[in-house]
Design a protein around this ligand. Structure first.
Ligand SMILES: [Ca+2]
Length: 455
């Protein structure tokens, strides 16, 4: 009887063996595409009808769009969030790092690359790092096996006209291999590097982090794209990014690993000097147009196709989410602000994971807080951040930061047009109190940036 039972068990195991074959139990590859300065409505899946983004349209049809996915108003702070799972203020990374700065992401921070490396992932960063350009801060010191790219923004060189800056460096790993590279070729070169890495590491789990230099100014597109869009040079660069996505998806298909690969596509902040309509404001502001980004995720068989998730999520959730997916421990010895959002990825109707979002300005000032549908601008006294915000949006019909508390209901007013603070004093009080509490906690438990010491 026992023998017969064992035989039945053995047979049933044999019959179900394909479900546990190595191809299906292998940890998924991860490709994280992070565009610079791409606004909420810059691509077809998020309502742009001028640019042609067929590859991103297909991506949306095969994956999930996130409509409340938060970055921050400017470059370095978003990358700090993405790499650490924390608000940038907690890890003391300012809004934007410059070539003369001596600070960078502290080498003691545990990045998302270091998290997946616990599980043996091959890792590479290709593009704009912007978390410190001194050797001790480079991607190769933060969990990435390889690095290729420009370590900060592409307007921080001697062209177009910033004589105070050194020539823009193009770095491989930790070595400067070129200066002032032809920027019209960057999207293409980054894409080729990513595809080479994918093909070389097809037989092991890999993590490709691809933070594009485009579509940050000075804009540049290769000859195949320049002058081809209906939206000027910015449209050309967007269409080239779309091409890049298509090339990467094709490489994954060619290698027969696209079904074992999670691809995430998003951006670091709102559009520079352009509209993010229907959102208010743009880059540098804490209006939705400055910080709410297009985001899509694709993982066949795991993430439902043509799905939309409206719940709050953002850059700070990427590290805990990828840790969950690869079965690694997120850092236990420090506070992580983000949450793992796999429940949303697998079922967008499964209910909120994170109900609160804090809106820090590049100056470090906490300017607003969102709790579910309610967003409160704290209306703090005139500060550097408030002045900077006002300056940034003047003449763009966005208006400056509200000088007194202003409440918006994002569920019916995503454009932040109607201040309803006077009608809901109890919600204003609750959100103000929550903001103070969360800000104080971060101040108490913030961690220092890395400090470069000249030798
Ligand atoms: Ca940016």
């Amino acid at each position: 009887m026992l023998a017969r039972c064992l035989l039945v068990v053995a047979l049933s195991c044999a019959l179900t063996a394909p479900a546990t074959s190595s191809a299906q139990t292998r940890l998924p590859n991860i490709v994280l595409i992070f565009v610079d300065d791409m606004g909420y409505s810059d691509i077809g899946p998020f309502g742009n009808t001028k640019v042609r983004t067929p590859h991103l349209d297909k991506f949306a049809a095969e994956g999930m769009k996130f409509t409340s996915f938060y970055a921050t108003p400017v470059c370095s702070m978003s990358r700090a969030c993405l790499m650490t799972g924390c608000y940038n203020v907690r890890v003391s990374i300012p809004g934007v790092l410059f070539p003369m700065d001596k600070v960078g992401l502290n080498p003691s921070e545990i990045t998302v690359a270091e998290v997946v490396k616990q599980k043996g992932y091959a890792t590479c960063a290709i593009g704009k790092w912007h978390l410190g350009h001194h050797p001790e801060f480079l991607p190769t010191r933060q969990g990435f096996d390889q690095y290729f790219g420009i370590p900060y923004s592409n307007d921080m060189g001697t062209k177009p006209a910033r004589p105070e800056f050194p020539p823009l460096p193009l770095i491989r790993d930790e070595t400067k291999i070129e200066t002032e590279p032809d920027q019209s070729l960057l999207t293409r070169r980054y894409t080729e590097e990513a595809i080479k890495f994918i093909r070389t590491h097809r037989s092991q789990p890999f993590f490709v982090y691809l933070p594009h230099t485009m579509i940050h100014t000075p804009l540049a597109a290769s000859a195949d794209f320049k002058g081809k869009s209906q939206m000027g040079l910015i449209g050309d660069t967007i269409e080239e990014i779309d091409w890049s996505v298509g090339q990467i998806m094709q490489a994954l298909k060619d290698e027969k690993i696209d079904e074992q690969t999670l691809v995430i596509f998003t951006s670091d902040n709102g559009p520079a000097g352009r509209s993010a309509a229907p959102l208010r404001g743009n880059k540098t502001t804490t209006f939705e147009g400055g910080v709410r980004e297009p985001c899509m995720m694709r993982w066949p068989g795991k993430i439902p196709a043509a799905a939309v998730c409206h719940e709050i999520a953002g850059n700070i959730d990427v590290l805990p989410t990828l840790a969950k997916i690869v079965g690694a421990e997120p850092p236990q010895d420090r506070i992580i602000d983000g949450r793992e959002i796999t429940s949303l990825m697998f079922d967008p109707q499964s209910g909120p994971v994170r109900e609160v979002q804090l809106y820090f300005h590049g100056s470090g000032q906490l300017q607003a807080i969102r709790l579910r549908e309610w967003k409160l601008f704290l209306g703090r006294p005139d500060s550097a951040g408030q002045k900077a915000n006002k300056k940034a949006v003047e003449g763009k019909k966005a208006g400056g930061m509200p000088a007194t508390p202003a409440l918006f209901n994002l569920s019916n007013d995503v454009g932040e047009t109607k201040d309803v603070a006077a009608e809901h004093p109890e919600i204003v009080a609750r959100l103000r109190s929550l903001a103070n509490e969360m800000e104080n906690e971060i101040k108490m438990h913030k961690r220092p940036a890395g400090q470069h010491i000249d030798t």
